[in-house]
Design a protein around this ligand. Structure first.
Ligand code: PMP
Length: 408
């Protein structure tokens, strides 16, 4: 029996640093420790040259025209904040309306909330039952005041991939800035900032087998040239858009991780999607009333989000303690609120509470998947056998239609 939490199935939360990435980073802590902003000696020049090389690699991953369009940050939370607040503040004389989807990461939703408190109008675009937005629904929300649309490439809970290219065409034709949070989808699904008419794009290294605490914001320089109000005042690094001494080892690791994704991503995505399909097929074949949350085709290769009717997700996760998993049903475990992503997709609170998110990745093996399938089937059957709710569901009774009377 594997030790507690030894099987990692939470690659959407973070990924381990690839040993090849670590090897690339190490000399930049010790030998090549210069500050790229030091213009007066070789330590600075060498660090600057290394960072510029890394910028080129990230531009290649994004499909950007110029490496000057890559601004390094501390991660995607900062990139999302800079994109939304920086772009909205710069364009506020043009208009004060922005649009985000209902299933964005909190770093987008809360940045939008902050803008609303500052007098911007924020519209939330809904999603269908698979988690996709509709370009027509977006078009209906646009007004002459709209300055920015922010959407994620792929969702971190259900893996749904958005129709980014269609939306980019729409925003571009209306002269509205388009920000994409590509943290989960970059290198996993077909995407490129030029073809998709993306103006701003957030990335994070630690979702790509790179280090934590480093990310990037793509900022388009032509057609249109995007301007941002910087959110950090200081030394004026990164063309004045993001002051602060660059995290050189982190940036070098980020670029190496991007290079590996460019070289090996296609094969890895195929392999991981195959493992995900194997896990899904086994569970669905063995267990009745299991639903797949997300889109059947337009989803991340490593994502599997399932609802097990009649089983409480949190309890199931605890019973499966040899796996590192996430429920996806409690975005805030203190309040036990069901996932806002699943609720926005129209799942009732019961099903939203009965969901688990499996995040497969580079380290996942077939043996792990087979073992996971066996254990999940065992625990779901055990829990259902003890559940009066399950008996009702099996008989086709919808628990929502029952009027429960208080026991005296
Ligand atoms: N956006 C998405 C879609 C994410 O999944 C995450 C990380 N959970 C973030 C943004 C935030 O990234 P970071 O951890 O680099 O701040």
């Amino acid at each position: 029996m594997p030790a507690r939490s030894s099987i990692y199935l939470d690659h959407h939360a973070t990924t381990p640093v690839d040993p090849r990435v670590l090897e690339t980073m190490l000399p930049y802590f010790t030998e090549h420790f210069g500050n790229p902003a030091s213009r007066s000696h070789r330590y600075g020049w060498d660090a600057e040259a290394a960072v510029e090389g890394a910028r080129e690699t990230l531009a290649r991953l994004l499909g950007a025209k110029s490496s000057k369009e890559v601004v390094f940050t501390s991660g995607a939370t900062e990139s999302n904040n800079l994109a939304l607040k920086g772009a909205a503040e710069y364009a506020e004389t043009k208009g004060r309306h922005i649009i985000v989807s209902a299933i964005e990461h909190k770093s987008v939703l809360d940045a939008a909330k902050r803008l609303r408190a500052r007098g911007f109008e924020v519209s939330e675009l809904g999603v269908d039952s698979t988690g996709r937005v509709s370009p027509d629904a977006l078009a209906a929300l646009l007004t002459p005041q709209t300055i920015l649309v922010s959407l994620m490439l792929a969702n971190n809970e259900v893996g749904t991939v958005q129709p980014i290219e269609a939306i980019g065409q729409l925003t571009h034709s209306r002269g509205i800035l388009f920000h994409v949070d590509a943290v989960q989808g970059i290198g996993r699904v077909d995407f490129d900032v030029e073809r998709c008419h993306v103006d701003l794009c957030s990335l994070s290294a630690h979702k790509l087998y790179g280090p934590k605490g480093v990310g990037a914001l793509y900022v388009r320089r032509a057609r249109p040239r995007v301007r941002l109000v910087s959110q950090l005042d200081g030394g004026g690094q990164e063309q004045g858009m993001r002051s602060g001494t660059l995290n050189v080892p982190g940036i070098m690791g980020f670029a190496r991780a991007a290079e590996l994704l460019l070289d090996e991503g296609a094969d890895e995505n195929r392999r991981v999607a195959g493992l995900r399909d194997r896990l899904q097929a086994r569970l669905v074949a063995a267990l009745p009333l299991v639903t797949v949350n997300g889109h059947p085709e337009h989803r991340l290769p490593g994502n599997l989000n399932l609802s097990f009717a009649g089983v409480e997700g949190e309890g199931l996760m605890l019973a499966l303690s040899e796996f590192a998993l996430s429920t996806g049903s409690a975005c805030d475990s203190a309040t036990l609120e069901p996932s806002y992503v699943l609720r926005a997709m129209g799942l009732d609170a019961g099903l939203a509470h009965s969901s688990l998110r499996f995040g497969l990745g580079r380290s996942t093996t077939e043996a792990q998947v087979d073992y996971a399938a066996e254990r999940i089937i065992q625990e779901v059957q055990r829990k259902r056998a003890m559940s009066p709710l399950w008996e009702m569901l099996e008989e086709g009774i919808d628990p929502a239609t029952i009027s429960w009377s208080r026991a005296h």
